[in-house]
Design a protein. Structure first.
Length: 466
């Protein structure tokens, strides 16, 4: 049981300027006990979890982990406004969760542009729903992180996109992979079946109050143009719980099945890497790859999922693919995209052995440059130092993500193109405002970080980690 005087123990109602929030020492120990119980018995079902969620310390930590400048939900509540009376708000939220009076509000639908020109729908939950979702996921992660398999990387603590990229690269170079299944699930987040999702969760969670809490988020619906819509399928992207729910769904619908399929049917090497709903499967034998694809379509049909017919393909990729295709007159091996990189069959300069070249996807590069161009137009008359600092952050973020070995030319191209767009913007400030390239070079060298490789080779990093 919680201590009713704990929230009024003299802690400040809002976080002091420059102060870093330090969570209670009781919470990690409670989650560690849950984690140990889940690890000891993979079949145990947890019957008492909600009190960890409505613990004010859990809610407070969830609040301080939220993005502070995020857009508000349908109620207009912002992070800073909620924090003005934080302890009273969290205590009230805790009491409503405890007695079952908490109600999830519909998410606000927004759209963001994708690299291919289409619009990606996102949901913006209200602030209290974000707090409760993050607190719940923190508790449930203690259980499910012991269950999730090693080849699942998306939205998990201590795992990143580069971990998934490293695993894929390492698998292709250390296993006999000659065929690659590049798969895409059509409208995955809109296709998640609520009935199946609840069944999956109940494999581990017997606390009906926690299950009902999740069902409240699923049934809250979406508010768009003043109209609220509900559905028995889908979970809006944008909330704290959405990636976790997606991982649970695919853990049972895909991960466990893949693991069993590999053990029962594969005679050659098979590698799997999944990041959220994006996954790559590599095979040694084409016949096994074709059988796997047919079985996967049948498996997904059971759980109301469908592979995109135009974006799912089986391609020859690996150390012998180039020679096989040259001998058959089919040209160079095909390429595939994964997590923003185009993967290409290549050879090392030092010894001529097979390697995987990873280059920035052209569509991602062009989309980012288009966004920079539009923002430069908006900032046309801003001071040069202010624009330079902003462009430095843009180039720095790009280099930190795409700075993998052998991608140096693409990094240099992006930095040059940003500098060229900046020169055009500065030259348009007035009719006589042309900026010569000699001066522009000084501005670029001062404000834009150098295009450098900042990630080690995957085999080296994977060796250190494992």
């Amino acid at each position: 049981m919680e201590n009713p005087t704990r929230a009024r123990s003299g802690k400040p109602r809002t976080q002091p300027r420059g102060c870093t929030y330090v969570p209670s020492s009781d919470l990690p120990s409670a989650l560690e006990r849950i984690r140990q119980a889940a690890r000891r018995d993979s079949e145990v079902r947890f019957t008492a979890l909600l009190h960890h969620v409505y613990n004010p310390d859990t809610l407070r930590e969830a609040y301080f982990r939220l993005e502070r400048d995020a857009a508000p939900g349908v109620d207009g509540q912002t992070w800073r406004a909620y924090g003005e009376t934080l302890e009273e708000n969290l205590q009230d939220l805790s009491e409503r969760l405890k007695r079952g009076a908490y109600r999830a509000k519909p998410v606000r639908r927004v759209y963001i542009p994708k690299a291919d020109g289409r619009q990606r729908p996102l949901g913006v939950p209200v602030l209290e729903d974000k707090i409760v979702q993050r607190a719940t996921v923190a508790v449930l992660n203690a259980i499910y992180e012991t269950d999730f398999l090693g080849f699942s990387y998306g939205f998990r603590p201590g795992r990143s996109q580069h971990n998934a990229l490293d695993a894929l690269y390492t698998g292709q170079l250390t296993r006999r992979v000659n065929w690659v299944l590049d798969a895409d699930i059509r409208g995955f987040f809109d296709a998640i079946d609520h009935g199946w999702l609840v069944k999956f969760i109940e494999h581990r969670i017997a606390d009906r109050r926690v299950v009902r809490l999740i069902q409240k988020w699923l049934s809250a619906g979406v508010l768009e143009d003043g109209t609220r819509t509900r559905s028995e399928q889908g979970t809006p992207q944008g909330g704290s719980a959405s990636p976790w729910l997606a991982n649970v769904y695919l853990h049972y619908a895909f991960d466990l099945w893949v693991q069993q399929w590999r053990q029962r049917h594969a005679r050659g090497d098979v590698i799997v890497v999944r990041y959220a709903d994006d996954f790559i499967v590599g095979f040694q034998h084409k016949s096994e790859a074709e059988r796997f694809l047919a079985d996967l379509r049948e498996r997904f049909r059971k759980f109301h999922l469908e592979l995109h017919p135009d974006k799912t393909r089986l391609l020859e990729f690996g150390p012998v693919a180039a020679e096989n295709r040259r001998r058959k007159g089919r040209g160079k091996p095909e390429t595939f995209n994964f997590l923003g990189f185009t993967h290409i069959c290549g050879k090392k300069r030092s010894n001529g052995r097979f390697t995987v070249l990873r280059q920035t996807m052209r569509t991602r590069l062009q989309a980012k440059l288009s966004a920079v161009k539009a923002e430069l137009r908006r900032r046309l008359h801003d001071p040069i130092p202010a624009v330079g600092q902003w462009l430095g952050r843009v180039v720095g973020g790009h280099v930190r993500y795409y700075g993998v070995p052998m991608n140096g030319p693409a990094l240099g191209l992006f930095r040059f193109q940003v500098g060229w767009l900046w020169q055009r913007a500065l030259s348009r400030r007035s009719q006589t405002g042309f900026v010569p390239w000699k001066r522009m070079r000084r501005l670029i060298d001062r404000w834009l970080p150098s295009a450098r490789v900042c990630h080690p080779y995957p085999l080296r990093r994977m060796g250190v980690i494992t």
